[in-house]
Ligand binder design. Structure first.
Ligand SMILES: [Zn+2]
Length: 215
């Protein structure tokens, strides 16, 4: 039997300061672990119950995730390293694509499961985020791909203040159109910037525009 996920015990600290041992792998091969694909796609990451206060503690530890079948080679860094990563100061060795925070891993796993092109989904998210920001310029909008529903791509829009339902469905045909035009689109801004470097997300645009405004 091949070892599909290397499991090692790690020490993490709960909010109550108790130190807990958690069973968390250093790397995951999605091709060899279909159960892990379903698990991550639903937003389930390695966790443990704190024996002192009973809280569920999740390990946001650096993780390598690969899937040769779809050319996937990722390093997931903790969300708290986001700003250092934007400044190019958190880059791990190698050439793996970087994701920031486990929410981005869960989202990417759903794209792998649904066999979607991550860049095309990011283009759709960019359009949705732009619309949401037009409606609510002061809101901190985040858009996540949530999965295929009845043949449509479902997205969750977080951060809306108006209390509107933050769920948007786009027909598969819209996605197919974006895929067909992808080579031309990614040669132009803002997509050229979004897909340059090792972190390829619309989220870095806000940071880049704030730093260029500052001079
Ligand atoms: Zn605790």
């Amino acid at each position: 039997m091949p070892v599909v996920s290397e499991v090692t015990m790690k020490k993490i600290t709960c909010r109550c300061d108790a130190v807990i041992e958690i069973d968390a792998p250093d790397s995951i091969d999605l091709d060899a672990d279909a159960a892990m694909v379903s698990r991550l796609a639903t937003g389930d990451s390695p966790s443990a119950v704190c024996p002192r206060c009973g809280a569920i503690v999740r390990a946001e530890l650096p993780l390598r995730v690969t899937a040769k079948s779809c050319g996937l080679d990722l390093v997931i860094l903790p969300e708290m390293e986001r700003l250092s990563a934007y400044r190019g100061k958190a880059d791990p060795a190698g050439t793996s694509e970087i994701l920031l925070g486990y929410q981005e891993l869960f989202e990417r796993t759903r794209m792998v499961r649904d066999e979607l092109d991550a860049r095309a989904v990011e283009l759709l998210k960019y359009a949705l985020q732009g619309k949401a920001e037009e409606a609510e310029p002061d809101a901190e909008i985040t858009v996540f791909y949530n999965g295929l529903k009845d043949g449509s791509l479902e997205f969750h829009i977080l951060g809306l203040k108006s209390g509107q339902a933050g769920v948007v469905k786009l027909p598969r045909a819209s996605y197919d159109k974006v895929v067909a035009n992808l080579p031309g689109s990614i040669a132009r801004e803002p997509y050229k910037t979004i897909f340059s470097g090792r972190y390829r997300s619309i989220k870095k645009l806000g940071f880049l525009s704030s730093t260029s405004d500052a001079g």
